[in-house]
Design a protein around this ligand. Structure first.
Ligand code: NDP
Ligand code: MG
Length: 384
């Protein structure tokens, strides 16, 4: 029986992970779950999966849970999340929280030498260098990517040495606004930006997909996870979202991972790796019904998310952290209707311009830069 902690169980990845587990109760057990604001869903999940450890956003709600479930261990807030990442009994910790707030719990799980099933890409972007150093210090810990592109790259690389890898080709759906001009994007609404053509996801990542900042975050994530130079990472627009990413090898062979766009597959693979398992939750791809698979370049004159990420990644140090933090606040302000869609790029660009990059090799500096960047964006754009 593998015991699994799910950080962010009430989100899109979290609920998919619970479906994966529900289909394999003989193999997986839910050890702990964490939600933030969705109290009702968290309660339903407690009833259904009976986890021993639970974490919620605030103390008042935690008190209610304590009264309801006196036999369980209830945590709350950021410290609670860290405790959840550090549970000794866990075999696997799935990090499915949205944003840099997930970093510290991930760090705790690595220190406890756990398998981290990593969905929370912001962690690898903001703190990738630090996390990689930590993995050397705690060699029994491992990160198995859950992000579909990185799972695809990871799967495509199985059986090959890293020296044989030439290029990582990350595919992008192109997001909601694929094909639109700058002029057409000037006044787009939150509702329009939240309509993703192929994937049903949380709000933040859906906006990131529409700006292609998500793809930018994934470029940095890929660099950090696989140690491939930025010169050897490519992004291709592939609107059908069937090829989840590809690896080109030194002999020019390209290996791709292909399947229906469904996060349950990469989630389950991160749980069962190095094995593959059948599941009633996993749908077959009917190749006969596919009419075409197309590929195109990113239109960087309109969608600056990828280009800005390459810039941040190549500068390195704390610049990827600034790229991520500025974007997180920009997306929050866009969702609140305080800025326009295209200002997301302006904010990221200006935040990076005003930043003096520092070595990003410890958590304190990352937290400081994260806070300073957030404050800078709020002060510059977030006032009523
Ligand atoms: P959601 O917004 O759907 O879920 C986020 C989860 O984190 C919820 O459980 C939420 O709790 C919790 N949460 C939010 N804020 C906090 C906080 N401050 N402290 C503690 N917990 C918090 O996001 P997704 O599931 O879409 O994405 C999760 C991560 O996975 C992101 O990093 C995303 O980039 C990545 N990812 C997602 C994919 C997807 O298909 N959704 C695909 C690839 C990667 P509550 O809802 O109770 O408030
Ligand atoms: Mg992805």
């Amino acid at each position: 029986m593998k015991k699994i902690t799910i950080l962010g169980s009430t989100g899109s990845i979290g609920t998919n992970a619970l479906k994966v587990i529900d289909a394999k109760r003989e193999e997986f057990q839910v050890l702990g779950i964490s939600g933030y604001s969705n109290f009702e869903l968290l309660k339903e999940q407690i009833e259904k999966f009976n986890p021993k450890y639970i974490c919620i956003g605030n103390e008042d709600k935690a008190e209610i849970l304590k009264r309801m479930y006196p036999e369980k261990v209830i945590y709350f807030g950021d410290d609670g999340l860290k405790s959840m990442g550090a549970l000794d009994e866990a075999d696997i910790v799935l990090t499915a929280i949205s944003g840099a707030v997930g970093i510290e719990a991930t760090v705790e799980a690595i220190k406890k030498q756990k398998r981290v099933a990593l969905a929370n890409k912001e962690t690898m972007v903001a703190a990738g260098e630090y996390i990689n150093n930590l993995l050397k210090e705690y060699p029994k810990a491992e990160i198995i990517p859950v992000d579909s592109e990185h799972s695809a790259l990871f799967q495509s690389m199985q059986g090959s040495g890293s020296k044989e890898v030439k290029t990582l080709i990350i595919t992008a759906s192109g997001g909601t606004f694929r094909g639109k001009t700058l002029d057409e994007l000037k006044d787009v609404t939150v509702e329009q930006a939240l309509k993703h053509p192929n994937w049903a996801m949380g709000k933040k990542i859906t906006i990131d997909s529409s700006t292609l900042v998500n793809k930018g975050l994934e470029v940095i994530e890929a660099h950090m996870l696989f140690g491939v130079d930025y010169e050897n990472i490519e992004v291709l627009v592939h609107p059908q979202s069937i090829i989840h990413s590809m690896v080109e090898f030194v002999d020019s062979s390209i290996i791709a991972q292909i399947g229906v766009p469904d996060m349950k597959l990469p989630i389950q693979y991160a749980f069962t790796y190095p094995n593959r398992e059948a599941s009633s939750e996993l749908e077959r791809l009917d190749l006969k019904r596919l009419k075409e698979l197309t590929f195109d370049q990113v239109d960087s004159t309109v969608f600056k998310g990828v280009e800005l990420a390459f810039y941040a990644g190549k500068v390195g140090k704390t610049m990827p952290c600034v790229f991520n933090s500025a974007n997180e606040v920009a997306v929050e302000l866009f969702l609140k209707g305080k800025i326009k869609f295209l200002q997301i790029y302006e904010i990221i660009e200006k935040a990076m311009k005003q930043h003096e990059p520092k070595e990003a090799d410890n958590l304190e500096i990352i937290k400081k830069v994260d806070n300073e960047t957030r404050k800078w964006v709020y002060d510059s754009y977030g006032r009523d």
